[in-house]
Design a protein around this ligand. Structure first.
Ligand code: HEM
Length: 422
């Protein structure tokens, strides 16, 4: 566990400073460039070692606490009475003139009622119905890959998640790319750590999304209940009046679109990158496909598709000797907890047979634990089952390009070439 040796380069070429060269008291781990350069690992290592509960007095988002160890993150995530999700779940505050309530950013009882309304779309009985549909999409995509080099992110990851979302909303597949577009618009927000965003253009795009789904709401309310998200919300007694506050409807749409999109997309891309970097793990998987479910969990741990969730203290709290004041931002860095060597053995290694992989933090814990975790995992499992049937290797041909965000841990580009089984 020595000093940081590698510091990456941010987008635009600016060097990322060695975290050990910066004063600990003002260390700011929220800068998007640190993540784009894949330099965040050393920053969090330093915090875990020297200040696992750390107060950053100033950042582009204001002051915030960082919670960086596995156990402390678990303690905050499971204590929703002291650490609230109300209004803001990312480090930056949502713009005050454009408040879009959504159940991930609400406390009980509203949270519980709305979550229960939407959940059946991604629960066990429905998964059995969706599995063959998802498999058909996976096969179609993999059987029609280009011959030469192509961007796996667009051709496979985006395409597959878009098709799954269109299925969950039961909208025509021709409209699927609208969903990924609106997801991108939602996550390209300053509140989520992305810099220089045109907020007005962003709002205009989201109003288009509202218009599209408003029409769908009217249509689904008039029909008997179905298992898609909009129909479930339109017919549940707790959510059937949601359209009276269109921004609340929009907020929940954004949640359901983003929740299922970026996260799964980046887990798919990450699997390809990790398999290419770790040929021994790929050989293990080919030799024993029954490892796929564990490989999926390990990929989700290793990638941590959402780097953090934020809470707000509801009162003055003495948290392990630190005086967290009412109203303070408290950021749980899952991306750090998933690499905490007090919990994980050899955490920076990608090991598809890691016995405790399923205990990763990437889905969160407590009442907000990811609602779509099973369908996300199912999609990844099916993809790798079908990849193994077809390909000897998925080769990554250039350095992948990472998303510049402290929230979405992902890839904009992973150039690949597939080698069919001989
Ligand atoms: C919540 C991650 C897939 C829908 C969350 C949370 C995380 C997360 C970290 C917040 C947990 C917390 O605050 O404690 C992921 C990852 C995924 C994934 C890593 C895939 C690998 C999905 C899918 C869907 C989905 C496929 C839906 C189709 C949601 C929803 C919530 C949520 C609705 C809010 C739950 C609540 O507030 O009660 N997810 N997610 N997620 N996720 Fe996921």
């Amino acid at each position: 566990m020595g000093q940081a040796t590698t510091s990456g380069t941010a987008l635009g070429g600016a060097a990322i400073p060695d975290p050990y060269s910066l004063p600990l008291e003002t260390l700011d781990v929220s800068k998007a460039g640190i993540f784009a350069a894949n330099a965040h690992g050393e920053y969090f290592r330093r915090l875990r070692q020297e200040a696992p509960i750390h107060y950053c007095p100033d950042s582009m988002h204001g002051a915030y606490w960082s919670i960086t160890t596995y156990d402390d993150i678990m303690a905050v995530d499971t204590n929703h009475a002291d650490f609230s999700s109300q209004d803001n779940i990312v480090i930056g505050d949502a713009p005050e003139d454009f408040v879009t309530p959504m159940f991930i950013a609400q406390d009980p009882p509203v949270h519980d009622d709305q979550r229960k309304a939407a959940q059946p779309a991604v629960q066990r009985p429905q998964l059995a119905i969706l599995e063959p549909q998802i498999r058909a999409h996976v096969c179609d995509i993999l059987d029609n890959l280009p011959d030469g080099e192509f961007n796996w992110v667009d051709t496979v990851s985006r395409e597959l998640t878009a098709r799954m979302l269109a299925t969950l909303f039961d909208i025509p597949q021709e409209d699927r790319l609208k969903l990924t577009h609106w997801s991108d618009v939602t996550t390209t927000a300053e509140g989520a750590g992305v810099e220089n965003v045109d907020e007005e253009a962003r709002k205009a795009e989201l109003m288009e999304c509202l218009q599209y789904f408003g029409a769908l709401w009217a249509e689904r309310s008039a029909k008997p209940p179905q298992m898609d998200f909009v129909s479930l919300l339109a017919h549940n007694p707790h959510t059937k009046d949601m359209m009276k506050d269109p921004l609340e409807f929009l907020g929940n749409l954004m949640l359901l679109i983003v929740g299922g999109n970026d996260t799964t997309r980046n887990s798919i891309s990450s699997g390809v990158v990790q398999m290419d970097c770790n040929p021994g793990e790929w050989a293990k998987l080919k030799a024993d496909p029954s490892l796929i479910p564990n490989m999926v969990a390990e990929t989700i741990r290793f990638q941590t598709p959402l780097g953090h969730m934020r809470r707000t203290a509801t009162r003055d709290v003495d948290f392990k000797g630190h005086n967290i004041r009412k109203g303070d931002r408290v950021v749980m860095w899952y991306v750090s907890g998933n690499r905490d060597d007090a919990f994980w053995g050899d955490p920076d290694a990608y090991r598809i047979d890691r016995p405790e992989a399923r205990r990763h933090m990437s889905f969160g814990f407590g009442i907000h634990r990811c609602m779509g975790n099973r369908i996300g995992e199912m999609q990844l499992r099916i993809l790798w089952e079908e990849v193994l049937k077809r390909f000897d290797r998925v080769e990554v041909t250039r350095d992948p390009k990472r998303v510049a965000s402290n929230f979405v841990m992902g890839y904009d580009e992973v150039m690949t070439r597939v080698h069919a089984k001989s």
